[in-house]
Write a protein that binds this ligand. Structure first.
Ligand SMILES: *Cc1c(COP(=O)(O)O)cnc(C)c1O
Length: 451
Protein backbone atom coordinates (compact mmCIF):
# COMPACT_ATOMS: atom_id res chain seq x y z
CA UNK A 1 0.00 0.00 0.00
CA UNK A 2 1.26 3.46 -0.88
CA UNK A 3 1.41 5.94 1.98
CA UNK A 4 2.48 9.03 0.06
CA UNK A 5 0.64 9.47 -3.22
CA UNK A 6 2.62 11.80 -5.46
CA UNK A 7 1.71 13.46 -8.72
CA UNK A 8 4.44 14.55 -11.14
CA UNK A 9 4.84 18.27 -11.78
CA UNK A 10 3.18 18.03 -15.18
CA UNK A 11 -0.06 17.05 -13.40
CA UNK A 12 -0.30 20.52 -11.81
CA UNK A 13 -3.75 21.84 -12.81
CA UNK A 14 -3.97 23.97 -15.98
CA UNK A 15 -7.19 25.61 -14.86
CA UNK A 16 -9.01 26.52 -11.65
CA UNK A 17 -12.53 25.17 -11.13
CA UNK A 18 -15.22 27.84 -10.73
CA UNK A 19 -18.19 26.34 -8.85
CA UNK A 20 -20.34 29.41 -9.69
CA UNK A 21 -21.00 27.66 -13.02
CA UNK A 22 -22.60 24.66 -11.29
CA UNK A 23 -24.55 26.04 -8.29
CA UNK A 24 -28.18 24.82 -8.14
CA UNK A 25 -29.29 28.37 -7.22
CA UNK A 26 -27.24 31.58 -7.65
CA UNK A 27 -25.43 33.40 -4.84
CA UNK A 28 -27.11 36.49 -3.38
CA UNK A 29 -25.31 39.53 -4.90
CA UNK A 30 -22.81 41.56 -2.86
CA UNK A 31 -24.23 45.02 -2.03
CA UNK A 32 -22.67 48.49 -1.91
CA UNK A 33 -22.21 49.47 1.78
CA UNK A 34 -23.71 52.94 1.16
CA UNK A 35 -26.51 52.49 -1.41
CA UNK A 36 -27.26 48.83 -0.55
CA UNK A 37 -27.64 48.21 -4.30
CA UNK A 38 -25.85 45.30 -6.05
CA UNK A 39 -22.20 46.08 -6.73
CA UNK A 40 -20.69 46.52 -10.17
CA UNK A 41 -17.06 45.79 -11.12
CA UNK A 42 -16.35 49.57 -11.14
CA UNK A 43 -17.22 49.77 -7.39
CA UNK A 44 -14.46 47.28 -6.59
CA UNK A 45 -11.84 48.62 -9.02
CA UNK A 46 -10.15 50.96 -6.47
CA UNK A 47 -9.69 48.00 -4.11
CA UNK A 48 -8.91 44.88 -6.16
CA UNK A 49 -7.01 44.15 -9.38
CA UNK A 50 -9.41 44.11 -12.35
CA UNK A 51 -8.67 40.51 -13.36
CA UNK A 52 -9.53 39.32 -9.82
CA UNK A 53 -12.83 41.25 -9.91
CA UNK A 54 -13.66 39.52 -13.21
CA UNK A 55 -12.89 36.15 -11.65
CA UNK A 56 -15.06 37.01 -8.64
CA UNK A 57 -18.12 37.31 -10.91
CA UNK A 58 -17.18 34.95 -13.74
CA UNK A 59 -19.73 32.38 -14.99
CA UNK A 60 -16.97 30.30 -16.69
CA UNK A 61 -16.54 26.79 -15.25
CA UNK A 62 -12.76 26.64 -15.88
CA UNK A 63 -10.32 29.56 -15.70
CA UNK A 64 -6.85 29.03 -17.09
CA UNK A 65 -3.95 29.31 -14.63
CA UNK A 66 -1.30 31.61 -16.20
CA UNK A 67 2.04 29.86 -16.81
CA UNK A 68 3.79 32.50 -14.61
CA UNK A 69 1.59 31.41 -11.70
CA UNK A 70 2.04 27.68 -12.39
CA UNK A 71 5.82 28.17 -12.46
CA UNK A 72 5.74 29.54 -8.90
CA UNK A 73 3.22 26.95 -7.63
CA UNK A 74 5.57 24.27 -8.99
CA UNK A 75 8.07 25.20 -6.23
CA UNK A 76 5.96 22.94 -3.95
CA UNK A 77 3.00 21.60 -5.94
CA UNK A 78 1.50 19.11 -6.50
CA UNK A 79 1.44 18.44 -2.75
CA UNK A 80 1.33 14.86 -1.45
CA UNK A 81 -1.88 13.08 -0.48
CA UNK A 82 -0.94 10.82 2.42
CA UNK A 83 -2.67 7.70 3.73
CA UNK A 84 -2.56 8.04 7.54
CA UNK A 85 -1.84 4.36 8.11
CA UNK A 86 -0.45 4.73 11.64
CA UNK A 87 -3.41 6.82 12.74
CA UNK A 88 -5.83 4.23 11.30
CA UNK A 89 -4.06 1.48 13.27
CA UNK A 90 -4.05 3.52 16.46
CA UNK A 91 -7.81 4.09 16.14
CA UNK A 92 -8.45 0.50 15.06
CA UNK A 93 -10.80 1.78 12.38
CA UNK A 94 -11.80 0.05 9.14
CA UNK A 95 -11.95 3.54 7.54
CA UNK A 96 -9.24 4.74 5.17
CA UNK A 97 -7.94 8.14 6.30
CA UNK A 98 -6.09 10.39 3.85
CA UNK A 99 -4.76 13.90 4.34
CA UNK A 100 -3.82 16.46 1.70
CA UNK A 101 -0.60 17.99 2.98
CA UNK A 102 -0.68 21.72 2.30
CA UNK A 103 1.92 22.36 5.01
CA UNK A 104 4.76 21.79 2.51
CA UNK A 105 4.42 25.27 0.94
CA UNK A 106 7.07 27.97 1.59
CA UNK A 107 4.84 29.75 4.14
CA UNK A 108 3.66 26.46 5.69
CA UNK A 109 -0.02 26.55 4.69
CA UNK A 110 -2.42 26.49 1.73
CA UNK A 111 -2.49 30.31 1.57
CA UNK A 112 0.31 30.79 -1.00
CA UNK A 113 -1.95 29.07 -3.59
CA UNK A 114 -3.98 32.28 -3.86
CA UNK A 115 -1.29 34.76 -2.72
CA UNK A 116 0.80 33.91 -5.80
CA UNK A 117 -2.16 34.39 -8.16
CA UNK A 118 -3.23 37.66 -6.52
CA UNK A 119 0.29 39.14 -6.56
CA UNK A 120 0.67 38.11 -10.22
CA UNK A 121 -2.54 39.81 -11.46
CA UNK A 122 -1.76 42.99 -9.51
CA UNK A 123 1.76 43.11 -10.92
CA UNK A 124 0.42 42.55 -14.44
CA UNK A 125 -1.91 45.54 -14.01
CA UNK A 126 1.04 47.77 -13.02
CA UNK A 127 0.20 47.95 -9.30
CA UNK A 128 3.36 48.34 -7.18
CA UNK A 129 2.16 47.87 -3.58
CA UNK A 130 -0.31 45.57 -1.78
CA UNK A 131 -1.98 46.04 1.61
CA UNK A 132 -3.55 43.33 3.70
CA UNK A 133 -4.44 42.15 7.18
CA UNK A 134 -3.36 38.97 8.90
CA UNK A 135 -4.74 37.20 11.95
CA UNK A 136 -2.44 34.39 12.98
CA UNK A 137 0.18 35.54 10.46
CA UNK A 138 -0.31 32.79 7.88
CA UNK A 139 -1.87 34.98 5.21
CA UNK A 140 0.61 37.80 5.87
CA UNK A 141 3.54 35.43 5.37
CA UNK A 142 2.00 33.92 2.23
CA UNK A 143 1.44 37.33 0.65
CA UNK A 144 4.90 38.58 1.68
CA UNK A 145 6.42 35.54 -0.05
CA UNK A 146 4.35 36.13 -3.21
CA UNK A 147 5.24 39.85 -3.25
CA UNK A 148 8.93 39.06 -2.93
CA UNK A 149 8.67 36.69 -5.92
CA UNK A 150 6.94 39.29 -8.12
CA UNK A 151 8.80 42.37 -6.80
CA UNK A 152 5.87 44.15 -5.10
CA UNK A 153 5.89 46.19 -1.87
CA UNK A 154 3.69 44.77 0.87
CA UNK A 155 2.17 46.25 4.04
CA UNK A 156 0.62 43.90 6.58
CA UNK A 157 -1.71 44.91 9.45
CA UNK A 158 -1.31 42.09 11.96
CA UNK A 159 -3.91 41.59 14.72
CA UNK A 160 -2.23 42.84 17.93
CA UNK A 161 -2.70 39.64 19.96
CA UNK A 162 -0.87 37.56 17.30
CA UNK A 163 1.74 40.28 16.76
CA UNK A 164 2.71 39.83 20.42
CA UNK A 165 2.18 36.04 20.62
CA UNK A 166 3.84 35.04 17.34
CA UNK A 167 6.98 37.14 16.85
CA UNK A 168 8.48 34.63 14.39
CA UNK A 169 5.60 34.95 11.90
CA UNK A 170 6.46 38.66 11.91
CA UNK A 171 10.14 37.83 11.28
CA UNK A 172 9.16 35.65 8.33
CA UNK A 173 7.17 38.49 6.74
CA UNK A 174 10.03 40.95 7.24
CA UNK A 175 12.51 38.44 5.80
CA UNK A 176 10.36 38.37 2.63
CA UNK A 177 10.51 42.17 2.53
CA UNK A 178 7.11 43.20 3.94
CA UNK A 179 6.36 46.03 6.39
CA UNK A 180 4.39 44.73 9.39
CA UNK A 181 2.49 46.77 12.02
CA UNK A 182 0.31 45.72 14.94
CA UNK A 183 -3.40 46.43 14.41
CA UNK A 184 -5.07 48.60 15.67
CA UNK A 185 -2.24 50.87 14.48
CA UNK A 186 -1.69 54.64 14.51
CA UNK A 187 -1.15 54.48 10.70
CA UNK A 188 -4.86 54.67 9.75
CA UNK A 189 -7.94 56.59 10.89
CA UNK A 190 -9.83 53.37 11.69
CA UNK A 191 -6.89 52.18 13.80
CA UNK A 192 -6.59 55.53 15.61
CA UNK A 193 -10.35 55.54 16.35
CA UNK A 194 -10.16 52.12 18.01
CA UNK A 195 -7.03 53.10 19.97
CA UNK A 196 -8.72 56.31 21.20
CA UNK A 197 -11.61 54.24 22.62
CA UNK A 198 -9.42 51.41 23.87
CA UNK A 199 -5.61 51.91 23.92
CA UNK A 200 -5.12 48.27 25.03
CA UNK A 201 -7.23 46.74 22.26
CA UNK A 202 -5.90 43.30 21.26
CA UNK A 203 -7.42 43.83 17.83
CA UNK A 204 -9.54 41.62 15.60
CA UNK A 205 -9.55 40.56 11.97
CA UNK A 206 -12.49 42.92 11.37
CA UNK A 207 -10.46 45.92 12.61
CA UNK A 208 -7.35 44.90 10.67
CA UNK A 209 -9.40 44.58 7.45
CA UNK A 210 -10.72 48.13 7.96
CA UNK A 211 -7.15 49.37 8.29
CA UNK A 212 -5.83 47.53 5.24
CA UNK A 213 -8.74 48.70 3.03
CA UNK A 214 -8.24 52.29 4.21
CA UNK A 215 -4.50 52.00 3.49
CA UNK A 216 -5.30 50.88 -0.05
CA UNK A 217 -7.67 53.73 -0.86
CA UNK A 218 -5.33 56.37 0.62
CA UNK A 219 -2.12 55.24 -1.15
CA UNK A 220 -1.15 55.48 -4.82
CA UNK A 221 -0.71 52.36 -6.91
CA UNK A 222 -1.88 50.17 -4.02
CA UNK A 223 -4.51 47.45 -4.00
CA UNK A 224 -5.96 45.40 -1.17
CA UNK A 225 -5.85 41.59 -1.04
CA UNK A 226 -7.85 39.13 1.03
CA UNK A 227 -6.62 35.65 1.95
CA UNK A 228 -10.00 33.95 2.28
CA UNK A 229 -13.81 34.41 1.99
CA UNK A 230 -14.04 35.74 -1.60
CA UNK A 231 -15.09 33.61 -4.58
CA UNK A 232 -11.81 34.11 -6.45
CA UNK A 233 -9.78 33.08 -3.38
CA UNK A 234 -11.72 29.81 -3.01
CA UNK A 235 -11.34 29.25 -6.75
CA UNK A 236 -7.53 29.64 -6.57
CA UNK A 237 -7.56 27.00 -3.81
CA UNK A 238 -9.33 24.41 -5.98
CA UNK A 239 -5.90 23.08 -7.04
CA UNK A 240 -6.14 21.21 -3.69
CA UNK A 241 -9.29 19.27 -4.57
CA UNK A 242 -8.35 18.80 -8.24
CA UNK A 243 -5.05 17.16 -7.25
CA UNK A 244 -6.81 15.09 -4.58
CA UNK A 245 -9.20 13.66 -7.21
CA UNK A 246 -6.29 12.56 -9.39
CA UNK A 247 -4.40 11.10 -6.43
CA UNK A 248 -7.38 9.08 -5.21
CA UNK A 249 -7.88 7.78 -8.75
CA UNK A 250 -4.22 6.66 -8.81
CA UNK A 251 -4.87 4.32 -5.86
CA UNK A 252 -8.34 3.35 -7.10
CA UNK A 253 -10.21 5.00 -4.22
CA UNK A 254 -13.12 7.45 -3.94
CA UNK A 255 -13.78 9.97 -1.15
CA UNK A 256 -16.85 9.35 1.02
CA UNK A 257 -16.27 12.10 3.60
CA UNK A 258 -14.34 15.34 2.94
CA UNK A 259 -13.30 17.36 5.99
CA UNK A 260 -11.71 20.78 6.42
CA UNK A 261 -11.48 23.49 9.05
CA UNK A 262 -13.27 26.76 8.27
CA UNK A 263 -12.07 30.24 9.20
CA UNK A 264 -13.17 32.09 6.07
CA UNK A 265 -13.70 28.87 4.12
CA UNK A 266 -10.78 28.79 1.66
CA UNK A 267 -8.91 25.55 2.43
CA UNK A 268 -12.23 23.74 2.94
CA UNK A 269 -13.60 25.21 -0.31
CA UNK A 270 -10.37 24.36 -2.13
CA UNK A 271 -10.74 20.72 -1.14
CA UNK A 272 -14.51 20.21 -1.57
CA UNK A 273 -15.64 22.49 -4.41
CA UNK A 274 -14.24 20.29 -7.22
CA UNK A 275 -16.37 17.44 -5.76
CA UNK A 276 -19.63 19.47 -5.92
CA UNK A 277 -20.64 18.32 -9.46
CA UNK A 278 -20.19 14.70 -8.31
CA UNK A 279 -22.32 15.36 -5.20
CA UNK A 280 -25.08 17.07 -7.23
CA UNK A 281 -25.20 14.53 -10.07
CA UNK A 282 -23.47 11.28 -9.31
CA UNK A 283 -22.87 10.44 -5.66
CA UNK A 284 -25.20 12.40 -3.34
CA UNK A 285 -23.93 10.26 -0.43
CA UNK A 286 -20.52 11.96 -0.44
CA UNK A 287 -20.39 14.20 2.66
CA UNK A 288 -18.63 17.54 3.14
CA UNK A 289 -17.93 18.51 6.73
CA UNK A 290 -16.83 22.03 7.76
CA UNK A 291 -15.20 22.24 11.19
CA UNK A 292 -15.08 25.37 13.34
CA UNK A 293 -14.25 26.32 16.96
CA UNK A 294 -17.04 26.59 19.56
CA UNK A 295 -15.45 29.98 20.41
CA UNK A 296 -16.36 31.25 16.91
CA UNK A 297 -19.36 29.14 15.83
CA UNK A 298 -20.23 30.98 12.61
CA UNK A 299 -21.84 28.14 10.63
CA UNK A 300 -23.28 26.24 13.60
CA UNK A 301 -24.79 29.17 15.55
CA UNK A 302 -24.87 32.28 13.32
CA UNK A 303 -27.80 33.30 11.10
CA UNK A 304 -27.53 33.53 7.27
CA UNK A 305 -27.77 37.30 6.70
CA UNK A 306 -26.22 40.27 4.92
CA UNK A 307 -23.31 41.71 6.94
CA UNK A 308 -20.11 43.70 6.57
CA UNK A 309 -16.79 41.90 6.18
CA UNK A 310 -15.03 44.32 8.56
CA UNK A 311 -15.70 46.16 11.82
CA UNK A 312 -15.83 49.74 10.52
CA UNK A 313 -18.41 48.88 7.83
CA UNK A 314 -16.26 49.84 4.82
CA UNK A 315 -16.47 46.57 2.86
CA UNK A 316 -19.36 45.47 0.65
CA UNK A 317 -22.28 43.70 2.32
CA UNK A 318 -22.31 40.00 1.59
CA UNK A 319 -24.87 37.35 2.49
CA UNK A 320 -23.20 34.85 4.79
CA UNK A 321 -23.41 33.06 8.10
CA UNK A 322 -22.21 35.66 10.57
CA UNK A 323 -21.73 36.34 14.27
CA UNK A 324 -22.05 40.06 13.53
CA UNK A 325 -19.25 42.42 12.36
CA UNK A 326 -18.91 43.74 15.94
CA UNK A 327 -17.95 40.21 17.15
CA UNK A 328 -14.87 40.14 19.41
CA UNK A 329 -13.39 36.63 19.56
CA UNK A 330 -11.98 35.05 22.71
CA UNK A 331 -8.26 34.30 22.67
CA UNK A 332 -8.24 30.80 21.24
CA UNK A 333 -5.02 29.63 19.62
CA UNK A 334 -6.48 28.82 16.21
CA UNK A 335 -6.10 32.46 15.16
CA UNK A 336 -7.07 31.67 11.58
CA UNK A 337 -10.53 30.52 12.70
CA UNK A 338 -11.50 33.69 14.58
CA UNK A 339 -13.38 35.49 11.79
CA UNK A 340 -17.01 36.62 12.37
CA UNK A 341 -18.18 35.69 8.87
CA UNK A 342 -17.82 32.90 6.33
CA UNK A 343 -17.28 32.71 2.58
CA UNK A 344 -20.60 33.43 0.79
CA UNK A 345 -20.00 30.28 -1.28
CA UNK A 346 -19.60 28.01 1.76
CA UNK A 347 -22.53 29.80 3.48
CA UNK A 348 -24.74 29.22 0.44
CA UNK A 349 -23.78 25.53 0.23
CA UNK A 350 -24.46 25.15 3.96
CA UNK A 351 -27.86 26.81 3.58
CA UNK A 352 -28.62 24.35 0.73
CA UNK A 353 -27.61 21.48 3.07
CA UNK A 354 -24.87 20.38 0.66
CA UNK A 355 -22.24 21.18 3.30
CA UNK A 356 -22.66 20.25 6.99
CA UNK A 357 -20.89 21.92 9.93
CA UNK A 358 -19.62 20.87 13.37
CA UNK A 359 -17.88 22.80 16.17
CA UNK A 360 -15.23 21.68 18.69
CA UNK A 361 -13.58 23.35 21.67
CA UNK A 362 -9.80 23.65 22.08
CA UNK A 363 -8.90 20.70 24.31
CA UNK A 364 -10.42 17.91 22.19
CA UNK A 365 -8.85 19.60 19.15
CA UNK A 366 -5.38 19.57 20.72
CA UNK A 367 -5.91 15.94 21.89
CA UNK A 368 -6.34 15.08 18.21
CA UNK A 369 -3.38 17.24 17.14
CA UNK A 370 -1.02 15.54 19.61
CA UNK A 371 -2.25 12.07 18.62
CA UNK A 372 -1.68 12.95 14.94
CA UNK A 373 1.82 14.31 15.66
CA UNK A 374 2.74 11.13 17.51
CA UNK A 375 1.34 8.76 14.87
CA UNK A 376 2.07 10.62 11.62
CA UNK A 377 4.95 12.86 12.71
CA UNK A 378 3.68 16.22 11.48
CA UNK A 379 2.82 18.91 14.05
CA UNK A 380 -0.39 20.42 12.66
CA UNK A 381 -1.49 24.05 12.82
CA UNK A 382 -4.16 24.47 15.54
CA UNK A 383 -6.58 25.40 12.74
CA UNK A 384 -5.90 22.16 10.84
CA UNK A 385 -6.24 20.21 14.08
CA UNK A 386 -9.98 20.99 14.00
CA UNK A 387 -10.20 18.97 10.78
CA UNK A 388 -8.13 16.17 12.34
CA UNK A 389 -10.51 16.02 15.33
CA UNK A 390 -13.54 15.69 13.05
CA UNK A 391 -11.79 13.12 10.80
CA UNK A 392 -10.87 11.01 13.85
CA UNK A 393 -14.46 11.15 15.11
CA UNK A 394 -15.76 10.07 11.69
CA UNK A 395 -13.23 7.21 11.69
CA UNK A 396 -14.42 6.16 15.17
CA UNK A 397 -18.03 6.18 13.96
CA UNK A 398 -16.95 3.94 11.06
CA UNK A 399 -15.40 1.60 13.65
CA UNK A 400 -18.59 1.49 15.75
CA UNK A 401 -20.68 0.68 12.65
CA UNK A 402 -18.02 -1.45 10.98
CA UNK A 403 -18.11 0.71 7.85
CA UNK A 404 -15.12 1.01 5.55
CA UNK A 405 -15.24 4.58 4.24
CA UNK A 406 -12.62 6.86 2.73
CA UNK A 407 -12.16 10.01 4.80
CA UNK A 408 -10.07 12.81 3.29
CA UNK A 409 -9.10 15.87 5.29
CA UNK A 410 -7.19 19.00 4.50
CA UNK A 411 -4.00 19.43 6.54
CA UNK A 412 -4.09 23.18 5.88
CA UNK A 413 -0.78 23.96 7.59
CA UNK A 414 1.94 23.01 10.06
CA UNK A 415 2.16 24.30 13.62
CA UNK A 416 5.85 25.19 13.88
CA UNK A 417 4.98 28.77 14.83
CA UNK A 418 2.29 27.63 17.27
CA UNK A 419 4.41 25.90 19.87
CA UNK A 420 3.28 28.37 22.58
CA UNK A 421 -0.19 26.93 22.10
CA UNK A 422 1.14 23.36 22.37
CA UNK A 423 3.03 24.30 25.54
CA UNK A 424 -0.20 25.68 27.03
CA UNK A 425 -1.98 22.43 26.16
CA UNK A 426 0.80 20.23 27.57
CA UNK A 427 0.82 22.32 30.76
CA UNK A 428 -2.95 21.88 31.14
CA UNK A 429 -3.53 25.61 30.66
CA UNK A 430 -5.83 25.59 27.63
CA UNK A 431 -9.31 26.95 28.27
CA UNK A 432 -12.41 25.76 26.44
CA UNK A 433 -14.60 28.65 25.24
CA UNK A 434 -18.23 28.49 24.26
CA UNK A 435 -19.31 31.71 22.53
CA UNK A 436 -22.25 32.93 24.72
CA UNK A 437 -25.71 33.00 23.11
CA UNK A 438 -26.31 36.50 24.64
CA UNK A 439 -23.25 37.87 22.82
CA UNK A 440 -24.53 36.49 19.54
CA UNK A 441 -28.00 37.99 20.14
CA UNK A 442 -26.41 41.37 21.02
CA UNK A 443 -24.10 41.42 17.97
CA UNK A 444 -26.99 40.53 15.67
CA UNK A 445 -28.83 43.69 16.75
CA UNK A 446 -26.10 45.62 14.92
CA UNK A 447 -26.47 43.85 11.58
CA UNK A 448 -27.03 46.33 8.75
CA UNK A 449 -30.66 46.68 7.60
CA UNK A 450 -30.92 45.63 3.99
CA UNK A 451 -34.54 44.93 3.00
C1 LIG B 1 -5.78 30.85 7.46
C2 LIG B 1 -5.77 29.43 7.81
C3 LIG B 1 -6.96 28.71 8.00
C4 LIG B 1 -8.32 29.34 7.95
O1 LIG B 1 -8.64 29.97 6.74
P1 LIG B 1 -9.57 29.31 5.65
O2 LIG B 1 -9.77 30.40 4.66
O3 LIG B 1 -10.85 28.92 6.33
O4 LIG B 1 -8.86 28.15 5.09
C5 LIG B 1 -6.87 27.37 8.29
N1 LIG B 1 -5.68 26.74 8.41
C6 LIG B 1 -4.52 27.41 8.24
C7 LIG B 1 -3.24 26.67 8.41
C8 LIG B 1 -4.52 28.76 7.94
O5 LIG B 1 -3.38 29.41 7.75
Amino acid sequence: MERRIFLPEKELANAWYNVLADLPTPLAPPLHPGTKKPLGPEDLAPIFAMELIKQEMSPERWIEIPSEVRDVLALWRPTPLVRAVNLEKKLGTPARIYYKNESVSPAGSHKPNTAVAQAYYNKKQGITRLSTETGAGQWGSALSFACSIFGLKCKVYMVRVSFDQKPYRKSLMRLWGAEVVASPSPDTKSGRDVLARNPDSTGSLGIAISEAVEDCVTHDSTRYTLGSVLNHVLMHQTVIGLETQKQLALVGDKADILVGCTGGGSNFGGLVLPFIPEKLKGRPGIRMVAVEPTACPTLTKGPFRYDFGDTAGMTPLVKMYTLGHTFMPSGIHAGGLRYHGMAPLISHLTDLKIVEAVAYSQNPVFDAAVMFANEEGIVPAPESAHAIRAAIDEALRCKARNESKAIVFSLSGHGHFDLTAYDAYLNGKLEDFEHPEEDIAEALKHLPKVE
